[in-house]
Design a protein around this ligand. Structure first.
Ligand code: NAP
Length: 253
């Protein structure tokens, strides 16, 4: 468990920090002392709630709107980082993602393009724009998925393929950025109880099937994923890079 103050003086950007895992990561990084830039695309009210929650606990947070699939909005976001935080991002958490499902025969080209735009293109755009602002020894943490390693049931192929791409980008960038001591890692959650994948079977018909596949017998929480992401951001994790780390209750063991 990372210690309070271990991220003091660091600036962290969390894409999709308005809800779910991104909101929990934002809160945890702030608890450890980082000044957190909370990005949102559509959920402005929820993102404001995340920022206010952090501030009410004595932490530092800043709201940054923008659709991370759009190069112009990515550029505008970093211009704001330049103004508000001197153009420095020590920790980048590429968390924004969407989960669209369906069999090949019914899966539309629009949904294919949207999946790859949010889950892959946004990583490319944001990481490329962040690069000159990440100091030596910085951190990049990508949110992949255990289905970026195996495809355990049908209907998730395109989402799964996008997360295989996240694993590939992580490994390549880890090698490329190692000379600057920037570590790049891929956190791969199993089923986590969020809007994307509710544990409540009355709203998510797949919940019981997923729960049955988890040896620990329950969904994970966003806070559990946040604790792992935050650890990877700390100095104690300086020798972990290019790794895909599963947090899935044993699901793909
Ligand atoms: N929950 C799971 O079971 C699970 C499992 C494995 C991996 N993951 C991965 O973990 C990450 C977070 O998932 P989650 O469960 O927390 O999902 P979630 O509850 O649906 O939240 C998704 C977040 O992504 C943001 N987002 C979506 N499109 C965006 C865009 N174009 N630009 C900026 N932000 C955007 C949303 O912001 P707005 O609402 O403001 O648009 C929201 O904050 C995703 O990459 C997901 O694939 C989740």
């Amino acid at each position: 468990m990372a210690e309070r103050g271990s991220l003091a003086g660091k600036v962290a950007l969390v894409t999709g920090g308005s809800r779910g895992i991104g909101a929990a990561v934002s809160a945890r990084l702030a608890e450890l002392g980082a000044s957190v830039l909370v990005n949102y695309a559509r959920s402005e009210g929820a993102a404001k709630g995340v920022v206010e929650g952090i501030r009410s606990r004595g932490g530092q947070a800043h709201l940054l709107g923008g659709d991370m699939t759009d190069p112009k909005q990515v550029e505008a976001l970093f211009q704001e980082v330049d103004r508000s935080h001197g153009g420095r991002v020590d920790i980048l958490v590429n968390n924004a993602g969407i989960y669209l499902q369906g069999p090949l025969a019914e899966f539309s080209l629009e949904d294919f393009d949207r999946t790859f735009a949010v889950n892959v293109r946004s990583l490319f755009l944001v990481t490329k724009a962040a690069l000159s602002r990440i100091p030596d020894g910085g951190r990049i943490i990508n949110l992949g998925s255990i289905v970026g390693e195996r495809v355990p049931f049908p209907g998730i192929t395109v989402y799964s393929a996008s997360k295989f791409a996240v694993a590939g980008l992580t490994r390549g960038w880890a090698r490329e950025l190692a000379p600057r001591r920037i570590t790049v890692n891929d956190v791969q959650p199993g089923p986590i109880d969020t809007d994307m994948n509710p544990a409540d079977s009355s709203v998510n018909p797949a919940a019981d099937m997923m729960r049955a596949s988890i040896p620990l017998g329950r969904y994970g929480t966003a806070d559990e994923v946040a604790a792992l992401v935050a650890f990877l951001a700390t100095p104690a994790a300086a020798f972990i890079s290019g790794a895909t780390i599963n947090i899935d209750g044993g699901t793909i063991a």
